[in-house]
Design a protein around this ligand. Structure first.
Ligand SMILES: Nc1ncnc2c1ncn2[C@@H]1O[C@H](COP(=O)(O)OP(=O)(O)OP(=O)(O)O)[C@@H](O)[C@H]1O
Ligand SMILES: [Mg+2]
Length: 697
């Protein structure tokens, strides 16, 4: 299909073309060079300049007679036609394999299936990174299905118990309708998938998670530090270093600890009891590494409902046993998958885990021994960098948090700015995979044959171009956690960040001088307008009461509010309301405490200065993610916002939720203090109105 014509300056590596057909960023295109080769290129960028649409293309090369990939040596001729690339050309130039694990279709191609070499995962490690809900576990499910099809073993740490559904065929209608496109049919893997649980969570078709009851002294020391102080650890240390034994049961250790003189032993014993109570190390038989890792079998370690400390112990011991068995050649090469990996090998500063060290070791040495590590996380910034940087195959689904994007950019070679933008806006189910071939590939991940656990996608319609969260924005706090400590006094018990709801009404007005856009913010709890004067967030007083009046009452009150004081006759004549009717209106407004009478003049009790409000709009910039803290939901209904819009009568408007950050300090005497996390000012308004007191904080 013809999509355009080359214009402007060209080189053998780059050109631009005027777009006449339908084309998107990252699509593949073909054009002929002066030597008449068909050259594959990829769209890096598309810009619209008045009536002209221009696409810039990076050249990827061509395949010569012997299928060797080469770059053209002459610049493209302006005027040459540009076509959508056909699948054959893409496949040849990118060197894509026709066999291996089928994971999806190449985005931007007609129907080109993408295959990954499973050896790549076993020998090079994989990281799957994305925001929550954008398809990480789904992709891992696809990969596991392919492992089963290829008779390769894998063990998966499953903290949410979501992989048991691999056993069942995928019968979800909303997914089944895409199966023909991917040439997939429903299929369950009941025989091939084994589930392992802790004793207390055991169900009918699960097996028991169980290690040998003998532990080396190093293992005991490795597993305990999370609960023990150094004196307490030293008790155990002295026992194991004095003894001749190489291995101990928990009971043996406990007997020895009981003999110790130090009082600290009373803190050590409960920890040993806790370890014992998990049932992971008692006397009955145990899981043999060769049972877990065997041809064509996937072992799912279901840790749902297990305390985080114990989860880490399981990962530690299992990873260690399997790695040793693999080093000694007792089991075959396999893949070890860790979901929620930031909990098992956190980046320094984000907590400790007893499993960190062994996972780091596997990341750096596993590939030598044929133990592939796959880590999955929604928080790339929180996972140990040394682990992440060892994963040479990386799959990104959508990531938007700037810290997470930065850690991706830092840890992966070959990612450029263009790709960064791409990762921020990937739709559900589309992955950018680096490391399969030299080029990063955008892949429309295939539908699973087996059932996927979990809530249906937030976007089901194979899911293009919908923006998640796009109508929710957050003001980014300028006072961050370190700084808020300055405000802490002896009486402060705790502090926390909350996000206060504001509705941003962006209104477009047509004026004599053209378009004018004003943003107003409406307090989501009080219904008042909020604006920023100097360093202070100001709220109007009485707007919500005004809006609940009927039309004539409203007119009278607005008149008084904008003209200041006025007497009966002039109100009546200006607003063309009979004196009798005005009398009724005034007495109602007085009863509501909205007006006052002084001598014979009326005065408004509400404070609304629309000019001032519009002059001092909040212009702090917003971001689409949260720093931390809790969001307070708005109580304002749509019809109330409509009434505000009626006052201003814009030609067009847009309504977005924006959340404003406050630090709340809770004092031991029950007092709270509210600090504006942007200006650093105390907010007495919210405090005096007791607004936050009524919220569950
Ligand atoms: N390739 C895909 N094709 C069709 N639907 C998909 C695909 N990927 C994801 N989905 C849909 O999106 C939903 C969420 O995906 P998934 O469970 O993989 O999220 P996740 O990234 O693992 O999230 P979390 O971080 O919360 O675990 C799935 O339940 C599924 O309905
Ligand atoms: Mg998941």
């Amino acid at each position: 299909m013809l999509v355009g014509k080359i214009i402007g300056k060209t080189s053998p590596e780059n050109y631009q073309f005027e777009v006449t057909g339908i084309i998107r960023k990252m699509d593949f295109v073909a054009a002929r060079d002066p030597e008449r080769h068909w050259i594959l290129g990829r769209i890096d960028d598309i810009i619209q300049d008045k009536d002209l649409t221009l696409a810039s293309v990076s050249v990827l090369g061509f395949a010569d007679k012997n299928d060797a990939v080469k770059m053209p040596r002459m610049p493209f001729k302006p005027g040459s036609y540009v076509y959508k690339a056909d699948d054959g050309l893409i496949k040849k130039v990118l060197g894509m394999k026709g066999s291996g694990m089928y994971i999806g279709l190449l985005d931007g191609s007609e129907n080109l299936k993408v295959y990954m070499d499973p050896k790549l995962l076993i020998s090079k490690h994989l990281a799957v990174l994305a925001k929550s809900g954008f398809g990480k576990s789904y992709l891992v499910g696809v990969i596991l299905e392919e492992f089963i099809e290829k008779q390769l073993p894998a063990v998966i740490i499953d903290p949410h118990g979501e992989y048991s559904t691999l056993k069942r065929p995928n019968n979800k209608e909303e997914e089944k309708k895409y199966m023909p496109k991917f040439e997939i049919e429903p299929k369950g893997y009941n025989k091939e998938v084994d589930i392992y649980c802790l004793e207390k969570n055991l169900t009918e078709n699960a097996r028991r998670l169980k290690f040998r009851n003998k532990l080396t002294h190093q293992e005991i020391l490795d597993m305990l530090p999370f609960k023990l102080s150094s004196t307490q650890l030293s008790i155990i240390y002295s026992i194991v270093s004095d003894s001749e034994n190489e291995e101990y049961t928990l009971d043996e250790i406990k007997r020895e600890v009981m003999k110790a003189k130090s009082q600290s032993k009373w803190n050590v014993i409960p920890v040993l009891d806790m370890l014992k109570s998990t049932g992971l190390f008692d006397y009955s038989g145990y899981m043999n590494p060769a049972e877990l890792v065997k041809k064509g079998k996937i072992s799912v370690i279901n840790l749902k409902g297990v305390e985080p400390d114990i989860q880490q112990i399981v990962v530690y011991k299992l990873a260690k046993d399997l790695f040793e068995a693999r080093k000694k050649g007792r089991i075959q090469p396999f893949m070890f998958v860790v979901e929620e990996a930031h909990n098992f090998c956190p980046e320094r500063g984000f907590g400790e885990a007893v499993s960190s060290r062994i996972l780091r070791t596997i990341a750096s040495e596993g590939r030598k021994f044929g133990m592939g590590l796959s880590v999955i996380t929604q928080r790339p910034a929180r996972i140990d960098k040394s682990v992440l940087s060892q994963c040479t195959t990386q799959a990104f689904l959508r990531v938007t948090n700037p810290y997470d994007l930065k850690s991706i950019m830092d840890s992966v070679e070959g990612i450029n700015k263009g790709l960064e933008g791409q990762i921020k806006s990937l739709p559900v189910g589309t992955a950018c995979i680096v490391g399969v071939i030299e080029q990063p590939l955008l892949i429309d991940i295939r539908i699973k044959r087996s059932e996927h656990y979990g809530i249906p996608a937030m976007i089901t319609d194979k899911m293009k171009d919908k923006e998640e969260d796009s109508s929710i924005l957050y003001f980014y706090p300028k006072i961050l956690e370190e700084e808020v400590k300055k405000y802490v006094s002896a009486a402060t018990e705790r502090f926390k960040l909350v996000y206060y709801p504001l509705h941003r009404l962006r209104c477009k007005f047509m004026t004599k001088n053209g378009e004018k856009i004003d943003s107003m913010h409406v307090d989501g709890l009080t219904g008042e307008l909020v604006y920023l004067k100097g360093d202070k967030l100001i709220r109007t007083d009485g707007l919500s009461r005004l809006l609940n009046l009927d039309m004539k009452e409203k007119a009278v009150l607005l008149f008084l509010t904008s003209y200041g004081i006025s007497n009966f006759q002039s109100i009546s004549s200006k607003l063309k309301i009979s004196e009798k009717e005005l009398m009724d209106i005034m007495s109602r407004l007085k009863r509501l405490n909205l007006v006052e009478m002084e001598l014979l003049e009326f005065k408004s009790n509400i404070d609304l200065n629309f000019e001032e409000i519009l002059e001092h709009q909040i212009s702090e910039s917003t971001v689409s993610y949260r720093y931390s803290g809790e969001v307070i939901p708005s109580k304002i209904r749509r019809d109330f916002l409509d009434k505000i819009l009626d006052l201003f009568n814009p030609n067009e408007f847009e309504n977005k939720m924006c959340y404003y950050p406050y630090w709340i300090m809770f004092h031991s005497d029950g007092n709270v203090e509210i600090i504006d996390a942007i200006t650093g000012q105390k907010d007495d308004y919210l405090k005096n109105k007791n607004i936050l007191d009524n919220l569950p904080l």
